[in-house]
Design a protein around this ligand. Structure first.
Ligand SMILES: [Zn+2]
Length: 367
């Protein structure tokens, strides 16, 4: 052991001795990392891509050319010019004062050999764009698509149930399936705050929603219209809205599910509740996924968006017959408790001064 230590020390001395004769090694020895300090910039939220925030200052003792890089793991909202250090907007959507008032981005500088980094803080300046964050605004847009425009019957109005929705499970129903439905109904009921609730009943006669689980041929006589709607198509589930009253309140519905496709239950039941389809179909991103994605995704639980769909639709502030122009204000009020009057007319003017057209194309079937 002692022997080894001595020999390493000898090598070290030898290196030190020859370094003064070697110019190249001398240079490397005195190179120091570029210097960058924490700095602060500001930018108005939602500024466009490419807008300049200014130039990040860094220096190098040897006056080597220095290069700038953003650590995109800290934030991808900004870009930095590799040679000049100019900081610009990369993703305007992320500059969202309602979501956060500042963004801290980690910026690296290097001189080709050594690097340093510092936190660059960007303060966001508020713009008069309402009280909702950009993500919440996206929810409003997609809510409008699912609940008003792509939903059952006449587009442009909220159609929903009121009071108790009596559901009868018919066909080849296993106990575990009933338990799963009861569990999910408990979640749905907890999200509905307008007095609507879902309850299982024991007969078709007393039901509002008649659900049949079984092979297609079993509904040929029971529900010939649904049977014909499916035709030879490769459809595993259908929801049929059979009755909506003049106030856009749903009254009767049927639902058929192919046996073995019980997982589609809550997609089809979403149609029964009044929801259409939405292109949020990424199973690996909970914020971009929905049970109302038209391509069935197995095992999907209610995502935050799905919970918002139920929460906002079945909220006392969102009556049946609500129109597209009213949706932003209502959801803004549900989320924040107040209104900014920024994106549409105020709630106080929400008097239905136009005749309500009855929905004539019933039953409305969707898969
Ligand atoms: Zn569907």
């Amino acid at each position: 052991m002692r022997q080894k230590l001595v020999s390493i020390l000898a090598v070290g001395l030898l290196l030190g001795a020859c370094s003064s004769d070697d110019e190249k090694m001398d240079e490397a020895a005195i190179n120091t990392a570029p210097v960058i300090q924490a700095q602060t910039f500001e930018v108005t939220e939602n500024s466009e891509i490419g807008v300049s925030l200014g130039t990040i200052v860094a220096s190098d003792a040897e006056n080597d050319q220095i290069f700038f890089n953003v650590n995109t793991e800290s934030s991808s909202a900004f870009r930095v010019n590799r040679s000049t250090g100019e900081l610009t907007v990369g993703i305007p959507y992320q500059l969202d004062f309602e979501a956060r008032e500042k963004i801290v981005v980690d910026v690296f500088v290097n001189d080709g050999v050594l690097k340093s980094n510092a936190n660059i803080t960007v303060n966001l300046l508020d713009e008069e764009d309402g009280l909702l964050s950009n993500e919440q605004k996206r929810t409003v847009t997609d809510f409008t698509t699912v609940v008003l425009n792509e939903s059952i019957g006449e587009p442009g109005f909220v159609k929903k149930w009121e009071g108790t929705i009596k559901v009868f499970l018919d066909g080849n129903i296993a106990n575990e399936f009933v338990e799963r439905v009861v569990t999910r109904n408990t979640i749905l009921n907890s999200l509905m705050t307008d007095g609507t609730r879902i309850e299982l009943v024991n007969t078709a006669a007393e039901s509002d929603v008649h659900i049949y689980l079984g092979p297609l041929d079993q509904i040929e006589n029971l529900w010939p219209d649904i049977y014909n709607f499916i035709g030879g198509g490769n459809i595993a589930g259908v929801a049929s809205i059979d009755e909506i009253d003049e106030n856009y309140v749903s009254r009767k519905a049927r639902m058929w599910l192919s046996e073995g496709d019980e997982i589609l239950y809550f997609h089809e039941f979403g149609h029964v509740l009044g929801f259409g389809h939405i292109d949020r179909c990424d199973p690996f991103d909970i914020d971009n996924n929905s049970i109302m994605c038209p391509v069935a995704i197995l095992g999907l639980d209610f995502t935050p968006f799905d919970q918002d769909l139920v929460r906002f639709t079945y909220h006392p502030l969102m009556p049946a017959g609500t129109q597209v122009s009213e949706v932003f204000d209502i959801i803004e009020r549900i989320i924040t408790g107040t209104n900014s009057d920024k994106n549409s007319t105020s709630l106080s003017s929400k008097v239905k001064n136009q005749p309500i057209n009855p929905i004539f194309d019933l039953p409305y079937m969707i898969d």
